[in-house]
Design a protein around this ligand. Structure first.
Ligand code: DSN
Length: 426
């Protein structure tokens, strides 16, 4: 294939991917779509510009308008996340975590965190940002029934280990972390507390999950594109009023972990923040209601949904087990679902040890909620799951029915100018 054909093939594949998501039920918990106004900001001249530093203190000329954008966004983020300090430059959740780890712990020191097997993010692990920063890691014992750190055992670990930093938050995140008690213990031994809110940031900002910055977190990090429905990127947030600490956090982003940051995404975040101020509370409430509805509907279809005793979920996620531990049943279920028009990801559940052959699925509803699906629609979604995985109907027939069902949900909601959720496709 020549270079021109290659470019054509790539652009065809971009559209094909868009059509695949448009015609499917996208249920990957970390994903979302952006609003038309956010897309306008992202798809702008800013994509190729530089602005190292902070508004009013730039290394490059040409940043006057961008200073306006970033300054408005910083103030908006302080209101949305109810805090004294925000840095909105980070290009991802992982970069936000790298920056926070740089500010809060020195190489050779020890941190405590949730293990990846229990749902901790890869950046909380030695193979990720924790290792890059040269930190020793001690993981919290996990309460399988409650799907959260075992509180007594974790308090003991914190008191015995005396870490520099106690890190909380997960990527598999059904219930709020019992943060107050754990933070108190961490502060007693002189540790800082960091909460990775990447997945649940929109729920937190919408007042529907927990309030980490009031429950003891010195720093909260997050993604700007999951339950917070903006373009890809991250946030570093703190309610500290210590300006020296603010400088440390800003320095950990630039020059610490970013030089060029993504100005078009910052502009998109700025618009997403403004939209969140108007629509975020409703969006967050509707996400949690839909997740609960989906969990109950899946259970009544006969699926093994985790955490029944706690009402299955208090977040945007639902976990289902599809076979024996380490059997790969989760992978096979995800493959069958995709053939049936439902996009999910396999996930390790408690007991699983093989990341590529886990027993479960992690399901998320942020995108289905954003295109206007309600708690009743979640029952239809659960029926599609049942047809694919329990009744084992022909995936092609289910896929065609999913496409017809999804055709009623093509408009992105909870934004100033609702418009096509999957634009630019024929
Ligand atoms: N790996 C992503 C997730 O799906 O949770 C977060 O970065």
């Amino acid at each position: 294939m020549g270079p021109r054909s290659q470019a054509t093939k790539i652009l065809e594949s971009v559209k094909s991917s868009g059509r695949h998501y448009r015609d499917s039920l996208p249920m990957i918990a970390s994903e979302n779509i952006i609003s038309p106004l956010v897309a306008e900001a992202v798809n702008s001249d800013l994509h190729g510009r530089y602005a190292e530093g902070l508004p009013g203190k730039r290394y490059y000329q040409g940043c006057g308008d961008f200073d306006t954008i970033e300054s408005l966004a910083i103030e908006s983020a302080k209101r949305v996340f109810n805090c004294n300090f925000t840095n909105i430059q980070s290009t991802s959740g992982t970069v936000s975590n790298m920056a926070a780890l740089k500010a809060l712990a020195k190489p050779g020191e020890t941190i405590t965190a949730v293990s990846t097997a229990d749902g901790g993010h890869i950046s909380h692990a030695r193979m990720g940002a924790v290792g890059v920063r040269g930190l020793s890691l001690v993981t919290y014992p996990w309460d399988i029934d409650r799907m959260e750190p075992d509180i007594d055992a974790s308090l003991k670990i914190i008191r015995e280990t005396k870490p520099s930093l106690a890190l909380f938050g997960q990527s598999v995140f059904l219930f709020p972390t019992p943060l107050k008690e754990l933070s108190d213990a961490a502060h007693e031994v002189g540790a800082k507390v960091m909460y990775d809110g990447a997945h649940v940031l929109g729920l937190i900002a919408g007042g529907q999950f927990q309030d980490p910055l009031r429950e003891g977190a010195d720093v909260m990090t997050g993604s700007s594109h999951k339950t917070f429905p903006g373009p890809q990127g991250g946030f570093v947030l703190s309610d500290s009023s210590d300006e020296k600490f603010h400088r440390k956090l800003n320095n950990s982003i630039f020059p610490g972990t970013c030089s060029s940051y993504h100005l078009h995404h910052v502009a998109g975040k700025a618009v997403a923040l403004a939209e969140f101020e108007e629509f975020g509370l409703d969006y967050a409430k509707d996400i949690v209601s839909n997740a609960k509805s989906l969990a109950y509907a899946l259970a009544s279809e006969g699926f093994d949904v985790l955490a029944e005793d706690r009402g299955y979920t208090a977040s945007h996620q639902v976990l289902t087990r599809h076979g024996e531990i380490d059997s790969g049943a989760g992978r096979r279920a995800a493959e069958t679902l995709e053939m049936s028009g439902i996009i999910t990801n396999m996930n390790m559940l408690p007991g699983d040890t093989r990341a590529m052959n886990p027993s479960g699925l992690r399901l998320g509803v942020p995108e289905l909620t954003r295109v206007g699906m309600t708690t009743d629609d979640m029952k239809d979604v659960a029926r599609f799951f049942s047809r694919a995985l329990i009744k084992e109907e022909d995936p092609a027939k289910i896929k065609s029915d999913v496409k017809e069902f999804k055709s009623n949900y093509q408009t992105v909601k909870y934004c100033f100018e609702p418009g096509s959720a999957y634009p630019g496709l024929e």
